[in-house]
Write a protein that binds this ligand. Structure first.
Ligand SMILES: *[C@@H]1O[C@H](CO)[C@@H](O)[C@H](O)[C@H]1NC(C)=O
Ligand SMILES: *[C@@H]1O[C@H](CO)[C@@H](O)[C@H](O)[C@H]1NC(C)=O
Length: 192
């Protein structure tokens, strides 16, 4: 750089930087950058949600139904290959007569050969108060024999737009003869 005046170097540095910034912020016909405030996205907050998840596989009105399994699933000690679709009630208290706050709708699949480990892909569809119509999406691993299982919250809609966080699941009650379970959930979610 010997011989180039320092002012020229500074000029080029500023010029190059501002050119890059202009390209980065450039609008295309199909996209534009917007300030967060234009969608009323001011400050992030954290919400703690607490509810009970009722996974009823037995009886006349099951909320979780097995839709598929492999021929080897019946002989697998972990139920590997089983797939279940759920529309499980979420309630305020553990009793099934407690107030309904939402439903967990989606799929879980037995995806581990070494322990009972479920792939959970589901939405919590909330029904209560201001949350009515808003959803949170869960995609995670649920080793049901563990004391506490953690699953990521990967997104949301409505009041939970741009959500991210995690859900902690703890079995509250399990009937080994029917397979019915009530699971306590503590969900921590950051959203606007
Ligand atoms: C609620 O739980 C009780 C006791 O376990 C059971 O007898 C009853 O059938 C359940 N009701 C519903 C609607 O699942
Ligand atoms: C939730 O919203 C639906 C659709 O707008 C409405 O029918 C229902 O009554 C609402 N539920 C509650 C508990 O506010």
């Amino acid at each position: 750089m010997a011989g180039i005046p320092p002012t020229l170097i500074i000029f080029f540095a500023i010029f190059t930087f501002s050119t890059l910034a202009a390209v980065d912020g450039e609008s295309q016909s199909f996209s534009r950058t917007m300030p967060l405030e234009s969608k009323k996205l001011k400050r992030e907050k954290m919400s703690h949600l607490h509810f009970y998840f009722h996974d009823i596989v037995s009886g006349r009105n099951p909320t979780a139904i097995k839709v598929a399994e492999a021929s080897s699933t019946k002989t697998s000690s972990t139920g590997f290959g089983m797939m279940v679709i759920i529309d499980d009630p979420l309630t305020e208290k553990p009793e099934n007569t407690s107030k309904l706050v939402g439903r967990a709708q989606g799929i879980y699949a037995s995806a581990s050969q070494s322990e009972v480990g479920l792939l959970m892909t589901l939405n919590y569809a909330f029904l209560e108060g201001k949350y009515n119509g808003s959803t949170l999406s869960i995609l995670g691993r649920n080793t049901v024999m563990s004391e506490v299982r953690e699953m990521p919250v990967v997104g949301g809609s409505g009041l939970f737009r741009f959500a991210r966080g995690y859900a902690h699941a703890k079995t509250h009650w399990f009937d080994p003869t029917t397979g019915d379970a009530v699971v306590e959930y503590n969900v921590y979610v950051i959203h606007y």
